[in-house]
Structure formats: structure tokens, C-alpha cells
Ligand binder design. Sequence first.
Ligand SMILES: [Zn+2]
Length: 164
Amino acid sequence: MQKVQLKWKLQETKDYSVQRHCSNCGRTVRFTDTMIRRHNANGKNIYRFAIYKCDKNHTWNKKLEIYQAYTEHARVVEEPSEQPSQLTIINIKDYQTIGIEKITITLADVQGKFRVDKIIADQIKDWSRTDIIKRIQEGKIRINNEPAKPSTRLKTADEIQIDL
Ligand SMILES: [Zn+2]
């Protein structure tokens, strides 16, 4: 049986989203901070941007700070890198196409409260939250190979098994 193994770190974050107009969507939408930062040098200034994305994946670069290259560059370099806390989006159809029948997700680190149904629904776009709840109840989604409840909270070192 073909299977895929993923490793996740779950960290509770504040809601890093803002409502603003997206010129691509043509309306006001929610933009979420990807936690990715970019520095652009322009002459002797360094601009620091936070990369935001709307739900349709359009990008907006929010200007955070301007540094004077000659005085502040060292500070930029020394800044601890912000770890993107993004998880892999699971595309079930892609996995099925290549013959994957099972996904195993190891939770390397869990900080905060996460329900299994919600975290899986956030990462699997092909299945609705209702589909996922049904699969948990049918035992097609398990935690540590034991039946789980949709409301089961995840903890460090748990392993989620998903049958496709
Ligand atoms: Zn958009």
C-alpha cells in the first residue's frame, strides 16, 4: 500500500488577517498573513514587507518598516527568522492519482488547542468539514490507530491516520 508521511507542528497563532480590497478579486476580502517576510533594497533603503494572501491566493505586500541600509542593515540580518507556521495543504485528488491510499501525519509539536476535525478540514480542501466528521466517525480517520471523535484534541507526538 502506498502511503504518504507528513510531519506537522501546530502552533496557536493570533488571527493575522485583515479585511481589505483585493484588486484581483474586485471586492473586499480577507487577507491572511503568510508569516513570510521579504526585504527589498532600494538605493540605501531596505523595505521590509509582510506577505499577505487573500483566500484566492492573491498576494498583497504590506510594508512594515524602512531601514536605512548603512545604519540598520545589521539589525535586519540579526533579526531571528520568523518561522512560517504553514502546513502542507493536502490535495486528496493528487494523492489518489498517484495511488496513495493512506496519509500519516506525525505531530512533532503541538502548542495550543486543536480539534482534529478542524485542523484536518483546514488542510484538506477536497473534503468538507462534514465529510471529515463522517470519516472520523467511520474510523477512516484515526489518532494513534484508535478511533477518535471529531472534537478530540491533538497533542504532541500524536499520529493521525487518514484512509483515502
Ligand atoms: Zn484576491
